[in-house]
Design a protein around this ligand. Sequence first.
Ligand code: NAP
Ligand code: HSE
Length: 428
Amino acid sequence: MLKEINIAFLGFGTVGTGAYTIISSNGRKLFEKEGISINVKRILVRDVAKKRSVVVDKSLLTDNIDDIINDPEISIVAEFIGGEEPAREYILAALKSKKTVVTANKEVMARHWEELEKTARSTGAGLYYEASVGGGIPIIKVIRESLQANNINEIMGIINGTTNYILTKMSEDGRSFESVLEEAQKLGYAEPDPTFDIEGLDAMFKLSILSTLAFHTRIHIDKIYREGITRITTDDIAFGKELGFSIRLLAIAKKHGQNIEVRVHPTFIPADHPLASVRDAYNAVFIRGDAVGNLMLYGRGAGDLPTGSAIVSDIVNACLHESGHTYSTLSNGDWTPDKILFNDNWETEFFIRMTVKDQPGVLAKIAGIFGKYGVSIASVIQKRRNGDSTPIIFVTHKARELSIDKAIDEIKEESVVIRVENVIRVER
Ligand code: NAP
Ligand code: HSE
């Protein structure tokens, strides 16, 4: 005997149509295995008259959230409208009505986790968010349910498909940033506002969720250093390649004792690094646990069906745990303990590209400034001159972030330095 579950969708764009397609095509077989039959009863959209890419009975569509919140037959609400509001308001309304929520919304989770989880806990409704990080990769479940035995002390990941797609195409095909971004949008990888992808906000929200779960400490987004990919040029990529590097937007969280560093920025990694093989819209998350050692999860980080896969999996799990949902330990009031220190002076290597005047003594002058701030140089490449100027690239040994900032500020003041073109961190 199948158990009938009525659910509602909030949103019917890339993720909504992906989840709907999976339920329509794999539904019967999939849910017979689990003893559950899922019926999508209502779908909230902005514009009910809009032409849809997936055929759906028009009577399911509504632009009124009350049709869903006030329907006692609907027990699960799956949210993929995106953005902060009204998504947060609708999720809260659903939870307060004891409806379990499944969401792909990393922004709402990262910003309002406490409020959502406390509300869910107080009404006994479930709150599931697997699709919020890593698209089809079951990373939340792995951290929450498979790595409890570990102290996780490092996460390093490619967790934004759009920027990985852009950087891959710029690196491999020499294409412009703008044309690849347009393509990523057409493929459904980008956020409704692509600034969130290219400026690193999407990765920042996701890193907040992952590091919060991994470190059992609330990592608010304001603790995360963030830099997007808009300043990366084909010249940076080409010079990096000559040095054996690949460029990626990395999300990094490290814990050294009670010290935590959390950052999202474009990063050079050696071309033979495992994360360098992650191309296009694929994502990968590398985790280091004290018991398990190194672990890497890899898969499609964006798109309709991969993300739909995570959504449908959460819906099935929500049905299976209807009589007792579990919550993260954070909703017990265990917020960031005072003893945790956030470190913004981390140590890494740096790639520094400048244009300088081509004249004697320039190298010595710049090297002297680096030396003054304790920055040791690992290699220097000077390229062919271009008129009176020449490109020059320094790769440093590990140095402190603040030392590099001070050295660069002073180098910029030197009359022989025409421009500091870019400073890109290097991880190995
Ligand atoms: P999308 O294609 O732009 O779809 C958004 C949907 O929400 C549309 O159907 C839209 O209605 C509806 N909507 C937006 N604002 C609304 C409002 N105020 N009231 C009612 N309906 C509203 O977005 P998406 O790419 O599916 O992303 C949705 C969420 O999933 C975001 O949180 C995103 O971060 C997350 N996510 C996306 C992906 C991905 O690969 N795209 C992967 C993982 C997670 P209309 O159709 O009428 O305009
Ligand atoms: N815009 C996001 C990305 C979608 O490009 O990764 C998946 O969260």
